[in-house]
Write a protein that binds this ligand. Sequence first.
Ligand code: SAM
Length: 253
Amino acid sequence: MTILPKKLPPSILALLLQLTAVALVVLTLRQFSLHPAPLAFALLCGTLAAVLSRIAGIARWWLFIQFAFAPALVLMLALDIPPGFFLAIFLVMLVVYWSTFRTQVPLYLSSRKVWQALETLLPAEQPFTFVDLGSGIGGVLTHLADSRPCGRYHGIEVAPLPFLWSWLRIRFGGYPHCSVRRGSLWDCDLSQYDVVFAYLSPVPMDALWNKARREMRPGSLFISNTFAVHNQPPHESVTVDDLHRSTLYSWRM
Ligand SMILES: C[S@@+](CC[C@H](N)C(=O)[O-])C[C@H]1O[C@@H](n2cnc3c(N)ncnc32)[C@H](O)[C@@H]1O
């Protein structure tokens, strides 16, 4: 059963449910003039937040986070760690993950075996253009530029630190046929590319498919690592013998 709007990103929904749980616990305790210890108070809040999250239909793996959040906060405060430490961790997470709370596409890297399988899907011999949508730290681009030098490789990455890392890697690694820019993949004109590659998450795949259908040229190739598209069987799929048994799904437009 879902009682809150589905459109809210899960992290925002989770935060709202935490705040609701705290407010309800505070009001109830006041009502009965109770003053529990901080950890007991946090456990009450966590339990209620988990129950509310279950009712709201949030994914099950959030329930533990919802339960543990307030108690973990109390325990960490008891350790008396300087606040600057948490600020520093927050800032590092911010530049690495940036808008993941909204996009629901975090940074994780495709394996070397995926890069090698990708090589076999690229056009043989003739020059071609390739884009990695959400190019992370640029591993796909630099590997392919080394192994298939007849291509022109472009990346688009929204998160600042991965973008900077890939830019430096390309700039100082000697990759004249590679470029990366900072921005959103949704602003990228896919009609410029012969091959479009994405390794994202299940969340944006349907919208990305619609964008690819609208913009990609007939005969060009759309490849998704791991994440398929609903009701769109791929023209080819290649399963890779890596840790995650990744599958490359490809569609000829
Ligand atoms: C799973 S990683 C894949 C990295 C790389 N393509 C690879 O295969 O190793 C997805 C990347 O997409 C980026 N990303 C997520 N949403 C994006 C968006 N709307 N525009 C551009 N990049 C995005 C994330 O910051 C992350 O670096």
